[in-house]
Design a protein around this ligand. Structure first.
Ligand code: HXC
Length: 261
């Protein structure tokens, strides 16, 4: 269904479903104005708390995933407004979802659009996707993680190159660099994302959520603390029915029937 400037589709069976969010502001190449981003956060939160959904997919159109924050909305803002309101800090709400989010990127994925893709857990791309952090061409710098998440994804030299020149990189380059997990023909991309999401949603829900949480913790803490966190999560999973079922099914040479408990 349509909610504001996003379209939400739910697919798949009860408990193993995938929630698809499609950014839908075609006239502005999905430029992320405040209203669009609010709709995105609300859609993400609604799907995240829906028991029938095990994984989310975020996509745009064939032409653009998102061409960045909305420049016309930002242009006349002042430093004191930006600073006092901590402009764009609230976009971080999208990173607080507990189920995995797959970004399916076709077309332009620029500035805030690239930053939103990097807030997702897996990025897959259509062959013609173009990634960039062109903020430097506007007299600013990335403000939603471009100088922080990009370096973790593709390393310092490539991150510096993209942020300092504003040049775009294609899907193949970004796959080689490590930001993109897989590339598909543009027309197949969303179906492939939903297929990947369905596979993830078929696993035990608690183990999927803990796996996402543990991997994200690695971005924040020392290796020793991260390993400890991972081990504690691993231990905790032995309290779940899905651990018993998963291991029993393996030994009985059958498919597991996870109940997400
Ligand atoms: C507002 C935008 C926009 C944007 C495109 N449009 N990007 N409007 N904000 N970021 C609008 C155009 O003004 C135009 O509107 C319509 O979308 C179509 O765009 P065109 O430029 O005509 O299309 P095309 O020639 O195909 O070029 C595509 C493009 C170009 C290369 C993607 O639009 C572009 O360079 N966009 C800006 C990319 C950018 O600088 N992004 C970073 C933004 S700053 P009209 O009305 O003329 O048809 C940012 C900071 C984030 O993201 C920090 C906080 C999180």
């Amino acid at each position: 269904y349509v909610k504001g400037q996003v379209r939400i589709h739910r697919s798949g069976k009860t408990e193993g479903g995938v929630g698809l969010i499609r950014l839908n502001r075609p006239k502005a190449l999905n430029a992320l104005c405040d209203d669009l981003f609010k709709d995105l956060v609300h859609a993400g939160q609604a799907l995240d708390s829906d028991d029938d959904i095990g994984c989310l997919v975020l996509t745009g159109s064939t032409k653009a995933f998102a061409a960045g924050a909305d420049i016309s909305e930002m242009k006349d803002r002042t430093f004191d407004h930006a600073y006092k309101t901590n402009m764009f800090a609230w976009w971080g709400q999208f990173t607080k979802l507990s189920k995995p989010v797959i970004a399916a990127v076709n077309g332009f994925c620029l500035g805030g659009g690239c930053e939103v893709a990097m807030m997702c857990d897996i990025v897959i791309a259509g062959e013609k996707a173009r990634f960039g952090q062109p903020e430097i061409n506007l007299g600013v710098i990335p403000g939603g993680g471009g100088t922080q998440r990009l370096i973790r994804a593709i390393g310092k030299s490539k991150a510096m190159y993209m942020c300092l020149t504003g040049d775009m990189m294609g899907a193949e380059d970004m796959e080689r660099a490590g930001l993109v997990a897989k590339i598909f023909p543009p027309d197949d991309l969303v179906d492939e994302a939903v297929k990947m999401g369905t596979k993830i949603a078929s696993k035990g829900r608690i183990s999927v959520m803990m796996c996402k949480e543990a991997i994200n913790v690695s971005q924040e803490v020392s290796l020793e603390e991260g390993l400890r966190f991972e081990r504690r999560m691993f231990h905790a999973l032995f309290a779940t029915a899905d651990q018993k079922e998963g291991m029993e099914a393996f030994l009985e040479k059958r498919e597991p029937n996870f109940t997400h408990k």
